[in-house]
Design a protein around this ligand. Structure first.
Ligand code: ATP
Ligand code: MG
Length: 503
């Protein structure tokens, strides 16, 4: 092939390569390789301006570490000069040129007497983006560098367009990313709900939903495993909404014996039953103008579900033993950790009630699905219990890592309890791995050590104390301890606690 044909083919190949991918360095490397194949140029490099200087980005015939060395100040060496002036430079004989720095250390083994060095600016309009340089081996004296320069300038122009395009895409990408981060931060600030910790996408969605539903009167159904923060979110909905200054009445459907449920919820008239010595307003009435939080709604006995449905539909009720219909203006927030759909299928939960409750379902993700929140939560509880115990305990990163590995079946409540224990039990100023056996994480893999035994004894004593304080009303004792009735029930069974009758 004659030179012209070769040049055309090379240009065609180069333009194809330049359009082929958005991996700039790799693209440039392929261009250099093509040049060497077609135009008998030995080494080739592309350097681009960066950080006030110029850096080699891609090369053919240089090792990766040699490329790394190719950094110049503007005006330094030949590449630096071309970058600064914007004019090409030809060194007909590298061996005789003192300006030639050979910073990269390439061409060490060969005589430099028959190497010419051609260097052209990569320009976009008047702006110098970088420098394209090639080594050309020559054996005889009569080569015209003019022709080489001409083709290199064309190639530099092609490269400049790609670099420019790439930079634009990069810049747009960066702008989009920073815009997204900005929005995320804004959202987080705007929707931050006090005392609810979390920055994971899942929790941001929850915060957003809280703010969207809070202003309305819509019934909200909170779903999620035990300890995921359902009660916390219920309060957030009430206290960020227009009813914030009115009552927030909490009622746990699982904590009250079935026989008392109806009169607790709906109230009773005097004389409605033995013991009804005075008229009593129920929780729904107490919540008038405010919100009622029906916790553990899945445990509501089927016999009462129709009455609750009526409240949801008509916002009216009659007290037990009463004739008068009472209107209430309430916002209803319900919560359950039970599988309501399963209850539907065995007919222990009414379908109509289910649909009435399920107007705005809000699911709280289990902690193991948002492990990113664990460090923030751990710090939050650490601070809380340090303050409560007048301590200044810190946590090591190894422990934090361990906390992040655990699957937290008891979710945030379990993490909170764990942090409290770690703070209370810590001897030094930092919670380290050695402190962890008190933690359920390692309970799984450690044999019951004496420390664990100590913790369990303490827990047992605490439960008995709470029960004694509350006349052995499990639900009340549970509340004192921050446990659910089910949890206290489990622990009472586990520790074999029985009511002590004083003699
Ligand atoms: N995102 C959170 N940030 C801070 N504290 C949290 C968070 N989620 C839960 N907690 C804390 O964890 C404990 C359990 O939360 P909460 O009582 O709201 O859970 P729950 O879903 O109602 O659990 P259960 O179904 O067992 O009643 C509380 O002490 C609460 O303050
Ligand atoms: Mg709860």
């Amino acid at each position: 092939m004659d030179r012209k044909k070769l040049e055309l083919t090379a240009l065609y190949e180069v333009s194809k390569i330049l359009g082929s991918s958005l991996d700039l360095n790799n693209t440039l490397k392929n261009v250099m390789k093509t040049l060497s194949v077609f135009l008998d140029m030995q080494r080739g490099t592309v350097a681009l301006k960066a950080d006030g200087g110029i850096e080699m980005k891609a090369a053919h015939g240089l090792t990766a570490s040699e490329i790394k060395l190719g950094k110049y100040k503007l005006g330094e060496g030949i590449i630096g000069r071309v970058a600064k002036s914007g004019y090409p430079v030809v060194i007909p004989n590298v061996g005789k040129e003192p300006l030639f720095l050979n910073k990269t250390g390439a061409r060490k083994g060969i005589s430099k007497d028959n190497i010419a060095f051609l260097c052209v600016p990569i320009k976009y309009g008047n702006e110098v983006l970088g420098v394209l340089s090639v080594d050309r081996l020559f054996s005889s004296e009569n080569i015209s560098f003019e022709e080489d320069l001409r083709i290199l300038k064309i190639i530099a122009t092609l490269i400049s367009q790609t670099v420019k395009l790439y930079r634009q895409v990069e810049q747009e990408k960066e702008e989009l990313i920073s815009e997204r981060d900005e929005l995320k931060r804004e959202l987080k600030g705007k929707y931050r709900v006090e005392n609810i910790i979390g920055s994971s996408d899942r929790m941001l969605e929850v915060f957003e939903a809280v703010h969207r539903v809070a202003p309305s009167k819509a019934t909200v159904l909170l779903r999620g495993e035990s300890g995921t923060g359902k009660e916390l979110v219920a309060k957030a909905i009430h206290y960020t909404g227009p009813r914030a200054r009115q009552a927030f009445i909490k009622f746990n459907c699982a904590a009250v014996p079935e026989g008392l449920l109806e009169s607790e919820l709906f109230g009773h008239e005097k004389g409605a039953f033995t013991g009804a010595v005075a008229t009593k307003r129920g929780r729904f009435e107490l919540a008038d103008k405010g919100s009622i939080f029906l916790d553990e709604i899945g445990d509501l006995p089927i016999g009462l579900q129709a009455k609750v449905l009526r409240i949801l539909q008509e916002r009216e009720l009659e007290r037990v033993g009463g004739e008068k219909t009472i209107k209430v203006d309430i916002r209803i927030i319900a919560a359950t950790s039970r599988d309501l759909e399963a209850l539907l299928s065995v007919n222990t939960f009414r379908e109509d009630l289910y649909y009435r409750l399920n107007v705005v379902p809000l699911v709280l993700p289990p902690l193991r699905d948002r492990k990113d929140d664990i460090p923030e939560l751990a710090e939050f509880f650490l601070k809380k219990y340090n303050e409560e115990n007048a301590k200044r305990v810190d946590i090591s990163t190894t422990v934090l890592k361990k906390l992040m590995e655990y699957h937290w079946p008891g979710n945030v409540r379990e993490l909170e309890n764990t942090m409290e224990r770690l703070v209370v039990m810590s001897k030094g100023s930092t919670i380290s791995l050695a402190d962890l056996p008190v933690n359920p994480i390692l309970k799984e893999s450690f044999k019951k050590g004496s420390l664990t035994g100590y913790i369990e004894d303490t827990e047992r004593e605490n439960i008995i104390a709470a029960l004694e304080k509350t006349d052995w009303v499990h639900a009340k004792a549970a509340r004192l301890l921050g446990l659910t009735p089910r949890q206290i029930g489990y622990k009472i069974k586990k520790y074999g606690i029985v009511k002590q009758i004083a003699s």
